[in-house]
Design a protein around this ligand. Structure first.
Ligand SMILES: [Mg+2]
Length: 382
């Protein structure tokens, strides 16, 4: 079997699908995208296609190494997102050829169902209590929300108090019937992470995500020494080599590689194994579409340390399309009591509605995150 063609479709809300075709008619789907930089990743996918067309799609490990190493320059969000989506599509092809779901090819299920959580609130969290009430009726009991709005490197106690008051309200409303993580989203610098974590600790969040930016990772062990809240990070780390440094330094309790940004299934399966060896939990980042989610689940279901799966149904970014809009087998994605079942169809287990993808790609928006500024006019982290 040979790879014959790679086709990319940018679609709303901010995703990109990749279709890899073969000379035997088997087709695989991937989701190579970096939110806000879809066209850049698209160009990278088509450059990498030179290594793929004419090759045997079953040799995923070799093709991965060629894409990673053969171009001399490697790593980073663009190239690793391009490799990620290609890798997903190759696994999809392999599963379809073998007539097995990808998790079977990776050794089989380690759990029966996977815990998933839902985002609540938006960029500027306001009406979170009603969001949680509505989602609980839909079967969710675990949530994630943004922790703060713009925050200066050193900022006022009032902003800390506002952030903490919101969390206190949620605990007061629901007690410990729900669990939630708080995403600092890289908005918090090291000097403010310390007081914020301290003030949030009594409310026992499940975790705090990106307590500081990945480029400030040397603060993770220092912050972890000072708080009992498990710290999470990893959506802006792109390979085993990035994660290696974090595991060596310690401090992170949960790693969150993104299956569409960190080299795909091949790489994230290895990152999960590295995490297990360090007693670190695995909770893939996934505010993206159905192929990205299916790829996460393929690794979650074979990784003993996988604890929690993000998914984008109802997320504030999904303007113009929802997770299941491009999926034919919607029932397979049903969430019950906060869990999702393995996707049992061969390959990644997603039947893509190709006509819908093609139609949607005709009007794909160029999604961008907002540019935030502090009161003095300087750029703020979003
Ligand atoms: Mg995050």
């Amino acid at each position: 079997m040979r790879i014959t063609k790679l086709t990319t479709y940018r679609v709303p809300p901010r995703w990109m699908f990749l279709k890899i075709e073969t000379d035997e008619g088997v087709v695989g789907w991937g989701e190579p995208v970096l939110e806000g930089r879809a066209r850049t990743v698209e160009a990278a996918v088509h450059e990498l296609s030179e290594y793929l067309v004419g090759q045997d799609p079953s040799r995923i490990n070799d093709l991965w190494q060629v894409m990673y190493r053969a171009g001399f320059y490697r790593g980073g969000p663009i190239l690793m997102s391009a490799i990620a989506g290609i890798d997903q599509a190759l696994w999809d092809i392999k599963g379809k050829v073998m007539g097995q779901p990808v998790y079977e090819l990776l050794g089989g299920l380690v759990r029966d169902k996977m815990k998933v959580y839902s985002w609540v609130g938006g960029d500027r969290p306001a009406d979170i209590i009603n969001d949680i009430k509505r989602l609980r009726e839909g079967g969710f009991d675990t949530f994630k929300m943004n922790g703060t709005e713009e925050l200066g490197i050193v900022d006022s106690a009032r902003k800390v108090d506002e952030a903490v008051a919101r969390i206190a309200e949620i605990r007061a409303a629901f007690g410990h019937d729900i669990e939630f993580g708080i995403d600092f989203h890289g908005r918090v610098a090291a000097p403010m992470a310390k007081p914020l974590l301290k003030a949030l600790e009594p409310y026992r969040p499940l975790f705090v995500e990106e307590p500081v930016l990945a480029e400030q990772a040397e603060y993770y062990p220092r912050l972890a020494e000072q708080t009992a809240i498990p710290l999470a990070a990893g959506e802006r780390m792109f390979s085993r080599f990035d994660f290696k440094r974090v595991f060596q330094a310690g401090g992170i309790a949960i790693v969150q590689p993104d299956l569409s940004h960190a080299g795909g299934i091949t790489e994230c399966f290895k990152i999960a194994g590295m995490a297990e060896a360090h007693d670190v939990a695995f909770a893939p980042h996934c505010p993206l579409g159905p192929v990205a989610l299916a790829s996460c689940l393929a690794v979650d279901f074979v990784s003993h340390n996988a604890v929690l799966q993000e998914q984008s149904m109802g997320i504030h970014y999904n303007k113009g399309a929802e997770l299941l809009d491009f999926v034919k087998n919607k029932d397979d994605f049903r969430i019950e009591d906060g869990y999702i079942n393995p996707l049992r169809k061969p390959g990644l287990g997603v039947e893509i509605d190709e006509e819908r993808v093609i139609e949607a790609s005709k009007n794909a928006p160029d999604w961008r995150n907002p540019v935030w500024r502090h009161a003095d006019g300087s750029v703020a982290e979003w």
